[in-house]
Write a protein that binds this ligand. Structure first.
Ligand SMILES: Cc1cc2nc3c(=O)[nH]c(=O)nc-3n(C[C@H](O)[C@H](O)[C@H](O)COP(=O)(O)OP(=O)(O)OC[C@H]3O[C@@H](n4cnc5c(N)ncnc54)[C@H](O)[C@@H]3O)c2cc1C
Length: 463
């Protein structure tokens, strides 16, 4: 740890005993599919409650089963109460924090001081531990890589109980396997990482209507050359000539001269109060919504000074919006297809979706840049598709078909979103990287004490 770091908050007295074992409760990820019974220990003393726990989870914002216990009734540690910022260097932007610190809190503390996380996912309701374990990427992956590229070191609790500091200098293989390792290599207790300096707390944003799927990909490639933040939203429910049309949004931090003098006010978002019945959200409603969104933008290129919350976290405008899907839940299928934006494989993906009648309620397309350090991290150079699909009878076979295409095209899926991939498909897409990851687990956790529902499903762990 750099000696220049200023300690913000000292440690607390360690608790003497483990809190009483919590009763079982229903746990799920953001997609509410699957749901499993598990025990979740919660305490501000993360070091203590990870003792003997099979996994640590954060805010449960991974969509599928990555944050769920490997067997019904098993105990996981919840990090959210361990949320102290331990040190912050105002000169260099180096931060050390407990794993349960939320991105929402970090942003609100850092942005008024001229710093921002170097990489942010599309929601601020995530913990630092979750960001490291999923090695999250953002709208700037093509220039900044994943969050893990900015992590200096991690403090871990290993499966055998030992506590250890890992970095590129110390236990490099374990460090790299933990970036994107979905909690399977150790409980992350603390994260030390580099923030990015920003010239103002506002975003200069440009958006444009794009009339076809091909044009969207072309515009995304062009925008990536000039803009640090790029993303496309597009409509894959419209079967007519409008299939795949959408909006491209480009952004950069505003210079002080372009920005309003006042700091952006932070809003508190309303919460969707109820779990809606599963029939309440129908494809025709999404079609109408998509059409309205597309037309409302208009044909002109729009410029705006945007609040960072609306630019980075448009879905956080309503909390618990996942309840829209009802108890059936939904999955987000996210895959990256390698290579150039004009390759026919992109059209094949859309053709597979339409042939299988996949009702894509949301489609977000992003650029992926160079591969990072994480042994199993998701991004690789190419185009990433994130597709929200309500869970129904045809969802498993649709995921199978998409995965077959992804394997044939040399792509891969994002584990933080996955719920339905089959082990053989996962092994096929990860045949080059999986042996090295499992070798790290063999070294540090040969008995596979750390596991999750996802690792039982995909990595062959015993429940
Ligand atoms: C609306 C929305 C938008 C999103 N957009 C993006 C995006 O743009 N880019 C992107 O990359 N992701 C995105 N995500 C996914 C999200 O960033 C990741 O799933 C993230 O891991 C969730 O963090 P969490 O704290 O909720 O972790 P959880 O969901 O609770 O856990 C995720 C994984 O991290 C592990 N983990 C969590 N904490 C620890 C810890 N302390 N020690 C060890 N392992 C731990 C868990 O075991 C699990 O495997 C999005 C999710 C949502 C809901």
């Amino acid at each position: 740890m750099e000696p220049t770091l200023r300690v913000i908050h000292g440690g607390k007295e360690p608790a003497r005993e483990l809190p009483a074992e919590p009763p079982p409760s229903e746990l799920s990820g953001w997609g509410m599919y699957p749901r499993v019974q598990g025990r979740q220990r919660l305490s501000e003393n993360l070091e203590r409650i990870t003792e003997g726990a099979t996994l640590t989870r954060g805010l449960g914002r991974s969509y599928g089963d990555a944050s769920l216990p490997g067997a019904p009734g098993a105990t996981v540690a919840g990090s959210v109460l361990a949320d102290r910022l331990l040190a912050f260097d105002r000169e260099t932007g180096l931060v050390r924090a407990e794993a349960g610190v939320t991105l929402m809190r970090l942003n609100r503390l850092s942005l008024p001081r001229g710093w921002f996380v170097p990489v942010t996912p599309g929601t601020h309701w995530v913990t630092l531990g979750g960001m490291v374990a999923a090695d999250v990427h953002g709208k700037n992956h093509h220039v900044a890589g994943t969050f893990g590229e900015h992590v200096r070191s991690l403090r871990l609790r290993l499966a055998d109980g030992r506590r250890i500091e890992v970095s590129d200098e110390h236990e490099r293989a374990l460090f790299r396997a933990t970036l994107g390792g979905m909690g399977l290599t150790g409980h992350i207790l603390e994260v030390t990482f580099q923030m990015a300096r920003v010239p103002s707390p506002w975003i200069w944003q440009e958006s444009e209507q794009v009339a076809s799927f091909e044009a969207i990909l072309e515009r995304l490639a062009d925008a990536g050359r000039d803009w640090p933040y790029t993303v496309c939203w597009n409509d894959l429910l419209n079967d007519g000539p409008g299939l795949g049309r959408g909006l491209i949004v480009r952004g950069r931090w505003a210079e002080p001269g372009e920005a309003p003098a006042r700091r952006p006010p932070w809003r508190s978002a309303p919460t969707l109060p109820l779990l809606l019945p599963s029939w309440a959200l129908q494809p025709w409603m999404v079609r109408v919504h998509n059409l309205a969104r597309y037309l409302a933008h208009g044909a002109r290129v729009r410029h705006a000074i945007a609040h960072p919350e609306t630019f980075f976290y448009p879905l956080d405008v309503v909390r618990e919006w996942n309840r829209l899907y009802g108890r059936r839940g939904f999955i987000q299928y996210q895959a990256v297809l390698p290579g150039p934006h004009d390759h026919p494989r992109h059209r094949q993906l859309i053709a597979t979706l339409r042939r299988r009648r996949g009702d894509v309620y949301l489609c977000v397309i992003k650029d992926c840049g160079a591969e990072g350090r994480g042994l199993l991290s998701f991004p690789r150079p190419g185009v990433s598709y994130a597709l929200d699909l309500p869970v129904g009878r045809g969802t498993q076979s649709l995921v199978d078909a998409l995965n077959e295409l992804v394997i044939a095209e040399g792509g891969r899926i994002y584990l933080a979103k996955d719920a339905l991939t089959r082990a053989e498909h996962f092994r096929a897409m990860e045949r080059d990287r999986l042996p090295a990851f499992q070798a790290v687990r063999d070294t540090w956790d040969p008995e596979r004490r750390l596991k999750s529902a996802l690792s039982v499903r995909l990595f062959g762990d015993a429940p």
